[in-house]
Design a protein around this ligand. Structure first.
Ligand SMILES: [Zn+2]
Length: 115
């Protein structure tokens, strides 16, 4: 039902450098838990700014008694076309502006009217 678990992992976008910390996986019980990446075989995230897709897949089968590191995962990166990036960035900036204006209005309203 479109549910997933959050993965505790972050990196900078390989395309634009924006922090990516919203990794998700459907390998766990998909009830919006926070899991460590070594608990799942596959996890992924889209860059909030340019929409570059980063996905990690476990290379080999898990072995007991060995802790996995990020090197045990194969990283794939899918960079959208320049046009797609530009469209995504526009949405991101409009959203950021919308949030900022909302906060500014809240601040204005919470101060007493001076005008
Ligand atoms: Zn990016």
């Amino acid at each position: 039902m479109g549910m997933f678990d959050s993965i505790i992992f972050q990196m900078n976008c390989p395309n634009c450098g924006t922090k990516m910390d919203n990794f998700q996986s459907k390998d766990g019980c998909c009830s919006l838990l926070k899991l460590n990446f070594w608990e799942v075989n596959n996890f992924y995230c889209g860059c909030p700014y340019c929409n570059t897709w980063v996905e990690y897949n476990l290379k080999l089968k898990r072995k007991p008694n060995r802790k996995l590191t990020i090197r045990d995962y194969k990283k794939s990166v899918e960079i959208p076309t320049i046009k797609e990036q530009r469209e995504h960035r526009k949405k991101y900036e409009e959203f950021a502006k919308f949030i900022k204006e909302g906060l500014d209005n809240e601040n204005k309203n919470s101060k007493e009217d001076k005008e």
